[in-house]
Design a protein around this ligand. Structure first.
Ligand SMILES: *[C@@H]1O[C@H](CO)[C@@H](O)[C@H](O)[C@H]1NC(C)=O
Length: 273
């Protein structure tokens, strides 16, 4: 296989840079899901909660009370037992869930499927996890035989490989950027137990003649106003700790309604060197 020793980069052509939805809509979707994940996990996050400002803390406590009342009044007495799986949280907040499974494309390995619900057109359906490199940063060794590197339009690279050196680097950057109990990124996408169920975008297969693309990539810079307690669900981390530039994320957005059982297909090209 030519891929074993060569270096490949995934990219989308310049023409496709028009955003399907606004940054505000991407932010809205991520906040909705992350906040629900955080609430679901609230009882396990006491160390995080203690460092939050009082106003933020009480806002969550209010939300938590409302949520528990809505779910089941009996569970209110044992809030520590209300703990849904991340996929269920995604379903509850955006109306669908996605997961990896054997692709419907022969020899494509794994793919990503809508496992439940309906993905309405123009919805954030997935995120592309990985270490983010500025275009001047060295990525040579990580890129050898690695088909998971995504190149953004400005040359920023995202290494979404969950194995080998790529994994080690992500973990070390993620550990570096911790602020006490606050994690600035999610590294569970490197494990079988993913905390952010959207972080499977690197496994979305390319379209083909008989399978049209139903999702597209869209770049998103995490704004400064992003709540610090929700950064623990961001599946991206900067390779260098340069705090000047915002964190780059890439999300996948549905180009049409996608039904339960359908596989996601994007449209990307590769440069081989
Ligand atoms: C992805 O699919 C498109 C359309 O079928 C094709 O032109 C392109 O070369 C494919 N990319 C890769 C990396 O195979």
């Amino acid at each position: 296989d030519y891929r074993v020793n060569s270096r490949t980069l995934r990219y989308v052509p310049e023409e496709s840079k028009d955003k399907v939805i606004t940054d505000q809509e991407v932010l809205g979707a991520l906040l909705k899901v992350f906040q629900a994940l955080f609430l679901n996990d609230f009882h396990k996050q006491t160390d995080v909660v203690t460092v939050l400002p009082e106003a933020v803390k009480s806002a969550y406590q209010g939300l938590l009370a409302v949520q528990h009342r809505r779910v089941n009044p009996l569970e209110n007495r044992h809030p520590q037992q209300i703990n849904l799986k991340p996929e269920d949280i995604l379903f509850k907040t955006l109306g669908f869930s996605v997961a990896r499974a054997t692709s419907s494309v022969l020899s494509a390995g794994r793919g990503v499927f809508v496992t439940k619900g309906l993905v309405p057109r123009g919805t954030v359906v997935s995120m592309y996890p990985g270490t983010v490199y500025q275009k001047y940063e060295p990525v040579f060794f990580q890129s050898i035989g690695n088909p998971f590197i995504f190149r953004c339009l400005d040359g920023t690279l995202i290494d979404g490989n969950d194995k080998g050196l790529s994994k080690v680097i992500y973990r070390s950057c993620s550990g570096r950027d911790r602020l006490g109990p606050l994690r600035m990124s999610d590294s569970t996408w490197l494990t079988p137990e993913i905390h952010n169920p959207l972080a499977v975008g690197q496994y979305v297969n390319n379209c083909s003649n008989d399978r049209a693309a139903n999702v597209c990539y869209q770049e998103f810079d995490v704004p400064a106003i992003f709540p610090v307690e929700l950064k623990q669900y961001l599946p991206n981390i900067a390779y260098s700790c340069d705090k000047q530039s915002p964190l780059r994320c890439v999300v996948l957005v549905a180009l049409r309604d996608i039904k339960q059982g359908e596989e996601l297909f994007s449209n990307y090209y590769t440069i081989v060197s």
